[in-house]
Design a binder for this molecule. Structure first.
Ligand code: HEM
Length: 227
């Protein structure tokens, strides 16, 4: 019995493996089941580190003079980082043949949603004390909040349908739905670029990374439009 599984390629926005034969033709490296399990465990614990560090910094008071702002900034940044990391999975699998990247994409995407949810929860609860009128007014009046809100609204259905059951249930529509992750990333980056005052280097770096990722996706998008 072999404990090797085929390396996976990914179709745009999907995390479904190619059939083993197609993968072999494409020359992707194979990865063992146990190795993949270890990689997933490592990625899981690595993705929990920012949360652990945040909890420690809150408990020790090292988060700074304004803890709410500190929590909002840390969770927002990690949400964006994981979101962009999840978008790296497809190019890494297709261009570098890193089979494992596609297999951890769903987990990374869910961590993006987890940190985004903490971020939004901090905003609603600790920053605005659930005062809905203030919240709605900010969403309408402040473009950077509108962009963050849109990013979150797009992420919710993606997270809800990230399980195997939804993949089976939605069929082809699942792939189309999950392409919206690029819109979520665009809104999230705009959110950051818009809110940054003074030093805009960091948001511009995220913008550059997003543009590179979008450019890398272009050939596949053009190919699927031709077909
Ligand atoms: C309803 C949705 C959202 C609201 C209301 C919201 C609100 C905010 C607010 C008020 C800040 C400013 C924090 C401060 O500097 O004081 C902020 C920062 C930020 N948010 Fe959001 N956000 C939302 C969704 C998102 C999402 C979905 C992402 C990423 C996926 C995100 C990423 C960020 C980032 C990267 C920052 C900048 C952190 C920094 O200054 O270092 N936000 N957000």
């Amino acid at each position: 019995m072999t404990n090797k599984i085929a390396a996976t390629g990914v179709t745009a926005g999907s995390d479904k493996p190619f059939p083993a034969s197609a993968v072999d033709n494409k020359g992707s490296r194979k990865i063992s089941v146990s190795r993949l399990a270890w990689i997933k465990i490592a990625v899981f614990f690595a993705a929990c580190i920012p949360l652990a560090l945040l909890v420690v910094s809150v408990l020790t008071g090292s988060i700074g003079p304004n803890p709410v702002e500190g929590i909002e900034q840390a969770t927002g940044e990690w949400a964006l980082r994981f979101l962009l990391l999840s978008l790296c999975a497809t190019p890494l699998t297709l261009h570098l043949r890193w089979a494992w990247a596609a297999r951890v994409r769903r987990m990374i995407g869910l961590f993006a949603f987890f940190y985004a949810s903490l971020h939004v929860l901090t905003y609603l609860w600790l920053d605005h004390f659930w005062v809905w009128l203030d919240i709605v007014l900010e969403i309408v009046e402040k473009p950077f909040i509108t962009a963050g809100f849109l990013a979150f609204v797009v992420l919710v259905p993606l997270a809800v349908t990230s399980n195997r059951f939804a993949v089976r249930r939605l069929g082809k529509r699942w792939k189309a739905l999950h392409k919206w992750v690029y819109f979520a990333a665009v809104f999230a980056v705009l959110h950051f670029v818009w809110l940054a005052k003074g030093d805009r280097l960091e948001p511009v770096v995220y913008l550059a990374i997003l543009l590179i990722l979008l450019i890398l996706r272009l050939p596949a998008v053009l190919r699927s439009n031709e077909g």
